[in-house]
Structures are given as C-alpha cells and as structure tokens.
Design a protein around this ligand. Structure first.
Ligand SMILES: N[C@@H](CCC(=O)N[C@@H](CS)C(=O)NCC(=O)O)C(=O)O
Length: 173
C-alpha cells in the first residue's frame, strides 16, 4: 500500500479501494453501498428518503466510527501496527473499554430484531459482520446473541463464497 502504484490509486495508503473501470472509490461503507446500488439486488440498501434509509445511514456511521475507527482500529494501529504508528497502551486500553460499551448497543437492539434495518438483510448487516468477526479474532468475547447473529450472517452462501475469495489473497499476491 506504500508502493507508488498503490498510492496512485489511493493516496490514503489504505484498503479497501475499489476500481470499477475508470471509477475509483475508497471507504468500506461507500463501497458496499455503491456495489449494492450499482450491481446488487436493490433490497439490500433501503430506498432514499425513507426512515429505513436514515436508519441504514445511522448504523453504518456507528459501525465505522464507534466500532471501527475509534476502537478496533485504534487497537490495530497502536498494538498490531505499532512499528508504523507507535505503541500506545493507554489508548489501546481505552479502545477496548470503548468497544465493549458501544457493542452493547448493537447487542441490545439485536435481542429483539433479526436485522439492523427493517426485516431483511442489508449492507449494514454485512458491515456489522466484519466488525464482529474482527472483534472475535481480537479476543473479544461476544454475547451469545451477537455470536448467533454473526453466525447467521457468516453462514450465508454469499458470505461464504466472498470470504473464500477474499481470504485466498495474501499480501504478496
Ligand atoms: N475508513 C476506512 C479505513 C480503512 C483502513 O483502515 N484499512 C486498513 C486495513 S483493515 C488499512 O489499510 N490499514 C493500513 C494502515 O493503517 O496503514 C474504511 O472503512 O475503508
């Protein structure tokens, strides 16, 4: 990601980055929404100007900011990538506490709802699944409710085929 070729596509030096012919797009939530809007079945992103669309935006913002950028990614940055970003044990500790606090909101919601938005799967569930599988890989203990929700998402055929492709790629490929 620090090569001139990659920087040319994404000067943020980060993945994911999508190239669709000449069109270049970064930021995972924007990419998920674009792919569903452009190529997917429309029911995976609620129609604009609806309460469900607003709730979709609420969940994806919450996922990106509270569960990813402020918490899990702080752990990644200042623990796993400390050679790049420096060690910051106090920040890591605060991030762990912050994640445990914020994930309770999703847990509570999903105790009485099968999906994050409306009564069917959406891009918000896809993004939440990336958070939950990442958190488990980082040693967070998920409640049985969240573990069940995550298991339902990761057992979808579409998830399994995408994951197989995704995890077949190694950094040197
Ligand atoms: N807000 C971005 C975050 C992207 C991000 O942080 N990606 C990580 C990979 S999981 C990365 O490229 N890290 C490299 C680095 O921080 O140097 C998104 O949601 O797409």
């Amino acid at each position: 990601m620090q090569t001139p070729e990659f920087r040319n596509i994404n000067p943020k030096e980060k993945i994911p980055v999508l190239t669709d012919e000449q069109f270049v797009l970064t930021e995972s939530a924007a990419i998920v929404t674009y792919l569903f809007d452009s190529y997917g079945q429309k029911q995976f992103i609620p129609d604009p100007y609806t309460e469900d669309r607003a709730l979709y935006n609420q969940w994806i913002s919450f996922i990106q900011m509270e569960l990813d950028a402020h918490t899990l990614y702080v752990i990644r940055k200042h623990r796993d990538l400390e050679s790049l970003y420096g060690a910051a044990p106090a920040a890591v500790e605060a991030a762990i506490e912050g994640f445990n606090k914020q994930i309770r909101v999703a847990d509570h919601f999903l105790q009485s709802n099968e999906y994050l938005v409306g009564d069917s799967f959406s891009g918000a569930d896809l993004l939440m699944t990336t958070i939950l599988t990442w958190a488990e890989a980082y040693g967070f203990e998920l409640s049985s409710n969240l573990a069940d929700y995550s298991g339902r998402q990761t057992s979808r055929e579409a998830y399994k085929s995408a994951a197989k492709l995704n995890f077949s790629i190694t950094p040197n490929d």
